[in-house]
Design a protein around this ligand. Structure first.
Ligand code: ASP
Length: 322
């Protein structure tokens, strides 16, 4: 028996480090739980390209949109914990834990953690020919015409859904919400005038605002953004407590070896330290997370604290999905 135990221990000691040393030996799939062309997709493709260079293996982005990001997260929760399937998700990972009554996975326990990627402000935007010229006018117009206005989002639990909920609560006005598989396709409809209003990350709205193809009304951060100094914050315009910014993190399925998560985290830190990545993010109104935040413990702590932060807010609003 002693001999058998000794042999087993020796085998474990040999295989675990060997596995970590050789990792990765083939292509990695990064699941983005929203449609291509949206803000989560944009962030994922930016870091995936640099991480691929560092890892010496291609990271291929797979878009699995739908149900506010829970379909893609569910797919990764069920994947083999071998380091070849990762998930790049956002704040929705925390809010879905309370919003969905029958999630197919147990949020904090179904995953391992790689690290935080970036935190992105949001902007309240509308189609180009939306009548109000400033945010005060927007508030009055939406209050008066709510039942005939559409608000695009990426499904329950998405960042755009959260921000939309805050907006409807603050204005005490329900709007007709239209869910998409991501705000990439929602932006296409906003540009085409098929939908009226959206609240989305700067990573999906900056170019369109600067190009004048959509109208921007307010930012959701406590301070104005350097990128759009003329845009007021929602809070300064009288919507007290209206504050939301969208953090993104990378996860692996539960049981993925710690050495693999550490290797992915190191590669994430390298990607985030890259000048080109920082510049691309700055142009989109955001910044890379620090090396310390791009570590497994920081993402785990963030997810746990955000589940706790949003639980009472969602319970008070009484909004749930099945
Ligand atoms: N920004 C989207 C959201 O509302 C998701 C996406 O398409 O990236 O959560």
């Amino acid at each position: 028996m002693k001999k058998l135990l000794g042999a087993l221990c020796a085998a474990t000691m040999l295989t675990a480090p060997a596995f970590a040393q050789d990792y990765p030996e083939r292509q990695i799939t990064m699941v983005v739980p929203f449609a291509a062309g949206g803000p989560t997709d944009t962030v994922a493709r930016l870091v995936a390209e640099k991480m691929s260079g560092d890892l010496g293996q291609q990271i291929v982005v797979e878009n699995v949109g739908g149900a506010g990001g829970t379909l893609g997260a569910g797919q990764v929760a069920k994947a083999d914990p071998d380091g070849y399937t990762v998930l790049l998700h956002h704040i929705g990972m925390a809010t879905a834990a309370t919003l969905y009554r029958n999630l197919a996975y147990d949020t904090p326990n179904a995953f391992e953690y790689v690290g935080l990627v970036t935190e992105v402000p949001m902007v309240i935007v509308a189609r180009k020919d939306f009548e109000p010229t400033d945010f005060k006018g927007f508030i009055d117009y939406v209050k008066a015409n709510g039942d005939s206005l559409t608000l695009a989002n990426a499904g329950i639990g998405a960042a755009s859904h959260l921000c939309g909920m805050l907006l409807m609560q603050a204005l005490e006005t329900p709007l007709v919400t239209v869910p998409y598989k991501g705000t990439g396709p929602a932006m296409t409809d906003l540009l085409g005038g098929q939908t009226d209003i959206m609240c989305d990350q700067t990573t999906n709205t900056t170019q369109q605002i600067k190009g004048g193809t959509i109208k921007a009304y307010a930012v959701t951060t406590p301070e104005r953004l350097d990128l759009f100094p003329d845009l007021p914050t929602a809070e300064e315009s009288g919507l007290a407590g209206f504050e939301v910014s969208i953090w993104h993190g990378i996860y692996t399925p539960k049981g993925t070896p710690a050495e693999v998560n550490e290797r992915l985290s190191k590669s994430l830190q390298t990607a985030l330290a890259d000048e080109g990545v920082a510049k691309a993010m700055a142009d989109l109104g955001t910044a890379p997370s620090s090396a310390e935040d791009a570590m497994p413990a920081a993402l785990k702590a963030k997810l746990e604290s955000e589940i706790a932060r949003w639980k009472p807010v969602i319970e008070a609003a009484g909004v749930y999905a099945d």
